[in-house]
Design a protein around this ligand. Structure first.
Ligand code: NAD
Length: 495
């Protein structure tokens, strides 16, 4: 029998109240069971939130720089265990090992950045309008943070949420995605080893409905941070709204690269391949629309197809492989359904377009890298997030038309322009309706100390990463101090 893993609540590893477990399997080889994880329920969430609430009383009073030292230790432990974490992540999630190393590295960077931020957490001191009176501000933690993560960045996204929440003085209850529980399990082990007191971090495994919803609706979770799909994000916003909770949503993307006719085409080609087929297209920032200037359209497509032909699909643990499997069978069906839709809408399938079980791929959820040309703006494959290795190519005649096409989208996460022309680059930076714009680089590649998030349906205005994530996990407090020794009435005595 495979190993069983438990929830971590109030400093103890505990069985789920249901006594029920599910298997977590390797998407590159479904015979391999990574482990059995709890199918928890509301009772487990209740216990975890109670433990977090209890721990909050003391944790909020630990000086932030002292909390930061524990974050530094977490980062150091992750450095020591980087290779092992990356390999295990590839086994449970599928993406190739160089990418899972990057995923772990982003968590390490986030831990070290959190330590740095623990010595800042700046809050302005501003002059009062009255004499002998002053005002200053402070940031305070919010309480218990409910964190709900997706599977595509099994380590980095939980780190983006847990580390700033904890260093700000909150305690957390995290629910990992059902497809990637093991990575978070291992991270929590290291967080305990680093010295986090009991109850500061709690982990409850299980489904969105049985665990996610109770976290969102619990009266004692004071802030919710969610990353995932738009539909679930909307549901969470509605439920959280009833309790007037602070809810941060990081949702989907339909990211485009625009290539002008003056671009360095080799550079652009490398960027498109990496953006579209890295993580098998399962990134919120994946390149899924490619806008090609009409002067270079045919030539660039030829170069692109040549490269796509040579991408090596396979087990991500083999260093020479470029593209791993999709996360699960459902995702294979979703991707294939979109390919069928694209064909029926009249787009031209240039390469790929089907799952594959050839040779070594017979036991995994592999899908051939796929490119459609002749895509138009009304097509569903142009508009909807596919979350797989499918690239839709559209032709444009000039910058203005390209801009219109790029912005014709319900999402607004990431975008990119390849050009040698400063005027176009600057206009793109200003006018692309996305939270992140790259110039001469692919749509992926966020760094942990910059704000991350998007416009439109990509979210509700918050930004993870950088200093902006601390807005999510802290409240502002304003303190007025009167030292005139008399009643001074603002707006009355001073006019
Ligand atoms: P998902 O929305 O299906 O699930 C995300 C998490 O929410 C999982 O842990 C799931 O169990 C939980 N969940 C599901 N239903 C729930 C509910 N009703 N209430 C509470 N929790 C619930 O998304 P996914 O398939 O895991 O991830 C893919 C999506 O995530 C894509 O749309 C992708 O673009 C998006 N994503 C966005 C970002 C970003 O930062 N903007 C980053 C990565 C992924």
């Amino acid at each position: 029998m495979s190993e069983r893993y438990l929830n971590y609540i109030g400093g103890k590893w505990v069985e789920p109240s249901t006594g029920d477990y599910y298997e977590n399997r390797n998407p590159a080889n479904w015979d391999e069971v990574i482990g059995e994880f709890p199918r928890s329920a509301k009772d487990d969430v209740d216990q975890a939130v109670a433990a977090a609430k209890k721990a909050y009383k003391d944790w909020r009073l630990v000086p932030a720089p002292m909390r930061g030292l524990i974050l530094r230790r977490i980062g150091e432990l992750m450095v020591e265990h980087k290779e092992e974490l990356a390999k295990d992540m590839t086994r449970e999630m599928g993406k190739v090992i160089k990418e899972t190393r990057g995923d772990v590295q982003e968590s390490i960077d986030t831990a070290f950045y959190a330590e740095g931020e623990s010595r800042r957490l700046f809050a302005p001191h501003v002059p009062s309008e009255l004499p002998n009176k002053t005002g200053y501000t402070m940031r305070v933690p919010i309480g218990v943070a409910g964190l709900i993560a997706p599977w595509n960045f099994p380590s980095a996204i939980p780190a983006w949420k847990m580390f700033p929440a904890i260093v700000s003085g909150n305690t957390v209850v995290i629910k990992p995605a059902t497809d990637t529980p093991y990575t978070v399990y291992k991270m929590v082990q290291l967080m305990i080893e680093a010295g986090l007191p009991p109850g500061v971090v709690n982990i409850v495994f299980g489904s969105g409905t049985k665990v996610g919803i109770p976290i969102v609706e619990h009266k004692d979770t004071n802030v919710i941070s969610f990353t995932g799909s738009v539909d679930v994000g909307r549901d969470i916003a509605e439920r959280g709204g009833k309790y007037l909770k602070k809810v941060s949503l990081e949702l989907g993307g339909k990211n485009a690269v625009m290539i002008m006719d003056d671009a360095n085409s080799e550079l652009a080609l490398d960027g498109v391949i990496w953006g579209a087929f890295g993580t098998t297209g399962q990134r919120c920032t994946a390149t899924s629309r490619l806008l090609l200037h009409e002067n270079i359209h045919d030539k660039f497509l030829e170069m692109l197809i040549d490269k796509v032909k040579n991408l090596r699909l396979g087990d991500g643990l083999i260093e020479s492989n470029d593209v791993g499997p999709l996360i699960n069978e459902k995702q294979v069906k979703t991707v294939h359904n979109y390919v069928e839709i694209g064909k029926s809408e009249g787009a031209k399938l240039l390469i790929g377009g089907e799952p594959t079980t050839e040779g070594d791929l017979s036991k995994g959820w592999f899908y051939k890298p796929t490119v459609f040309s002749d895509v138009t703006q009304d097509m569903r494959i142009f508009q909807e997030e596919i979350f797989g290795p499918v690239l839709s190519v559209v032709k444009f005649a000039n910058f203005e038309e390209g801009l219109q096409i790029l912005n014709n989208c319900e999402y607004g996460l990431s975008s990119s322009i390849y050009t040698e022309n400063l005027l176009y680059a600057m206009q793109a930076a200003r006018d692309f309706e996305t939270g992140i714009v790259y110039v001469n680089a692919p749509t992926i590649g966020a760094e942990c100390h910059f704000p991350f998030g998007g416009f439109k349906n990509t979210g509700n205005g918050h930004r993870e990463g950088g200093w902006t994530v601390y807005e999510i996990f802290t409240e502002w407090k304003t303190i007025y101090i009167e030292y005139s020794g008399k009643l001074q009435r603002a707006q009355i005595d001073n006019v």
